[in-house]
Design a protein around this ligand. Structure first.
Ligand code: NAP
Length: 258
């Protein structure tokens, strides 16, 4: 086997099908594009359609509109994928929101919405996907998107800190519980990627943007696609001995320290 065939036998995901939540834009969209180029049939489950379509990929990205907090809608989306493709090989819990207030003033309704979107939904959606994932011919995968906020305290975003820390517990717990069920569960923690999640914050606080850029060893923001490359690895045949782990893709920010 030549080198190209060897690498492609590990990373060519032609024939794989999965759902990514929140791929209408940002990290989810960048990841969906990477996966479609690797041959995957990717389903974007978010409230709006993908803002930019993916052209020229061997795989494809299709929209399944829905809210991660609406489990009835997600069940219908799952059934739609199964009826079209006959299989589900992965779920990427990527959809996420935040909100910025001092802890002592954080509105309770916003707290509930962040915890529901960023933590409760990944659990509920994972267990809904589980019956299909355990039948995957490629080994079922769940990838949860965590954050540096799972490891460090960021002020003003307490529910986000709480939810992302919880995502690591969810990742380890599900990996343990489903270890004999053909399902691997891992997390990816992005560093600063410029998306709508943080664009307003950086616009209003240019000094914080400069401070954020000073943290990664690599001194630049990451690209959404660079999160997708790690996810490609975690969905591939090269990662079958990995479960219950979190992988930082943050330009060395966590190692540099804050
Ligand atoms: P983004 O550009 O704001 O995208 C968020 C995505 O989540 C959108 O596609 C949005 O789609 C979807 N979404 C939000 N609420 C939803 C809901 N209730 N139901 C369905 N979809 C929903 O943010 P991003 O930066 O790409 O964030 C993606 C993930 O990466 C999040 O989990 C975030 O916490 C994490 N992360 C981001 C960074 C960063 O620096 N950007 C760093 C660490 C971790 P609709 O609005 O169309 O529903």
């Amino acid at each position: 086997m030549n080198a190209a065939s060897y690498v492609s036998s590990l990373f060519d995901l032609t024939g794989h099908t999965g759902i990514i939540t929140g791929a209408s834009r940002g990290i989810g969209a960048g990841t969906a594009e990477v996966l479609a180029r690797a041959g995957v049939h990717v389903y974007n489950y978010s409230r709006s359609k993908m803002e930019e379509s993916v052209e020229g990929a061997e795989g494809k990205v299709l929209d399944l509109p829905g809210d991660v907090c609406d489990t009835d809608a997600f069940q219908k989306a799952l059934e739609e994928v199964i009826s079209r493709e006959g299989q589900l090989d992965f779920l990427i819990n990527n959809a996420g929101i935040s909100g910025k207030y001092p802890a002592e003033e954080f509105p309770e309704e916003r707290l509930d919405r962040i915890l529901e979107t960023d933590l409760k939904a990944p659990f509920l959606l994972s267990r809904m996907a589980y019956p299909y994932l355990k039948k995957s011919a490629y080994t079922g995968r769940i990838i949860n998107i965590a954050s540096m906020a799972a490891y460090m305290g960021f002020s003003g975003v307490m529910p986000y800190n709480m939810a992302k820390s919880g995502i690591l517990g969810l990742t380890r717990g599900l990996a343990e519980e489903w270890k004999e069920d053909n399902v691997l569960v891992n997390a990816v923690s992005p560093g600063w990627i410029q998306t709508r999640l943080n664009e307003g914050f950086f616009r209003e606080n240019p000094d914080r943007k400069a401070a954020a850029l000073s943290k990664p060893m690599l001194k630049r923001f990451g690209e959404s696609r660079e999160i997708g490359y790690m996810i490609l690895f975690l969905l591939s045949g090269a990662s079958l001995y990995i479960t219950g782990q979190d992988f930082a893709v943050d330009g060395g920010a966590r190692s540099h320290g804050f």
